[in-house]
Design a protein. Structure first.
Length: 450
């Protein structure tokens, strides 16, 4: 179970919970409307934030309290219990999200405001996100291509960071956790503050686990892993907007469960002398390094809002599998990604809300190892979109149009005189339109009980 210790600096305020006897007059009072009124949860909409009940698409919200209460080994494991959400796992450290049966490149993951890019096409490639850095999660189920492009065929998973502290506050936080099955121990140190509009949020997290145990095989060789993560957000909030810079580093060293068994006994093979309850690196294993920098700018133009997001990501994924040459990797993928997003949210005009913008990415994938699964490639895409929404009485209408263009150049590869991959160039264009409506047939206003 995760234990969270909050220390408020400067103000040194302490609070305590006290049990009190409830008077009979209060015990027997009927429930009032305010007692049962649902909180109006705000989610990501086509034209900016909107109330959850007004969204025409299925949306799940996972609160900070729910994340803390859910035992998990990574952030995808923490959300996989939601309806319509599942995961593809390799060991306990690698998980990939699946929405209604679709995953891999058909699910877009948004972290720090930009889409996460980290070789998500492979079974053994997880999501490089520190669970402790996630404040809440928003899951858009179903096609969300208008805002996020054609890759969001199954839906979008949005990881929201912690909100900015109130002016003048500083806060330190230490979080720890332990799980008995695989001896998982994790911790996170956090320091955040807001001083006269200058804001910061620093975090360092670590995690280690030995092999997990199941009822069929006992401890499973290759399922141990180590994880480290560091993030630093610096920014300034001013009257006409804000500028935030976020720097992230994520390092995961997971073992790979191969499942090789003895032909006679059927038991899992374990190298002689290997301690299944130790925290050493098994062979084979991976080294994953993910670097990210995001510049988030927002300006208020009258009652409208102009937002500009620029991001850079570098993902390095190496696989080591030779006992004789433990420092030589077979697979070695290096992925560079530049993300951009510029959009404008208009003020409300006669009940109508509008948004328009452009977003996309440039990407380069390089093979640096001695084994090859996919060719090296360069990619550039952009999407132009315009959306609208309007409330008419109990009816809420939203929709929009999007045009996508993608250019892909795959490079040729020869291995020992044999052509493995051919050189080719492709251009793809797509026009997408969508419209949705929600209607409130009944209005639950009061519930009385004794």
């Amino acid at each position: 179970m995760r234990t969270i210790l909050n220390t408020i600096l400067l103000m040194s305020l302490c609070s305590s919970a006290r049990g009190q006897e409830v008077p009979d007059s209060i015990k027997h009072n009927p429930i009032t409307e305010s007692d049962v009124k649902l909180s109006e949860v705000v989610v990501t909409g086509l034209t900016g934030s909107q109330k959850l009940k007004q969204s025409p698409s299925p949306v799940s919200i996972i609160s900070p309290r729910q994340l803390e209460a859910q035992p998990s080994t990574n952030i995808i494991d923490a959300i996989a219990h939601q309806p319509g959400i599942s995961q593809v796992t390799t060991g306990s450290g690698i998980s990939k999200p699946v929405i209604r049966g679709l995953g891999y490149n058909r699910v877009v993951v948004v972290n720090d405001g930009i889409r996460q890019e980290g070789q998500q096409w492979g079974d053994e490639h997880g999501i490089e996100v520190d669970p402790y850095s996630v404040h809440s999660v928003e899951i858009l189920k179903g096609p969300a291509s208008l805002m996020y492009g054609s890759d969001a065929m199954a839906g979008v998973i949005i990881f929201h960071p912690s909100p900015t502290l109130p002016m003048g506050d500083m806060r330190a936080n230490v979080s720890t956790g332990y799980q008995t099955n695989n001896g998982l121990f994790d911790y996170s140190l956090n320091f955040a503050g807001n001083k006269a509009g200058f804001i910061w949020n620093s975090r360092y997290s670590g995690k280690m686990a030995h092999a997990y145990k199941n009822k069929y095989d006992g401890y499973v060789f290759g399922s141990s892993y180590h994880e480290q993560a560091f993030s630093q957000m610096l920014g300034y909030n001013y009257r006409l907007g804000h500028t935030h810079l976020t720097l992230d580093y994520y390092h995961l060293t997971p073992g790979l469960v191969e499942g090789e068994r003895d032909e006679k006994t059927g038991e899992l093979l374990v190298p002689n002398g290997y301690d299944l309850k130790g925290y050493g690196k098994p062979m084979p294993y991976q080294q994953i390094h993910h670097y990210k920098a995001v510049l988030d700018n927002s300006w208020y133009l009258g009652d409208g809002n102009l937002k500009l997001l620029l991001g850079y990501q570098q993902n390095r994924r190496q696989e080591f599998e030779e006992e004789e040459h433990p420092d030589e990797c077979g697979l070695d993928f290096l992925l560079h990604t530049v993300n951009y997003d510029l959009h404008y949210l208009s003020p409300e005009m006669n009940g109508w809300k509008f948004a328009a913008g452009i977003n996309g990415m440039w990407q380069q994938s390089i093979n640096k190892g001695t084994e090859y699964l996919v060719p090296a490639y360069r990619l550039f895409d952009y999407g132009l979109f315009a959306t609208m929404s309007k409330e008419i009485g109990r009816l809420n209408i939203s929709g929009g149009l999007r045009f996508d263009h993608r250019h892909l150049h795959s490079e040729a590869l020869e291995e020992e005189g044999e052509l493995r991959f051919q050189d080719f160039k492709r251009n793809f264009n797509a026009l997408t339109g969508s419209i949705g409506m929600t209607s409130f047939m009944h209005n639950l206003s009061k519930s009385n009980g004794k």
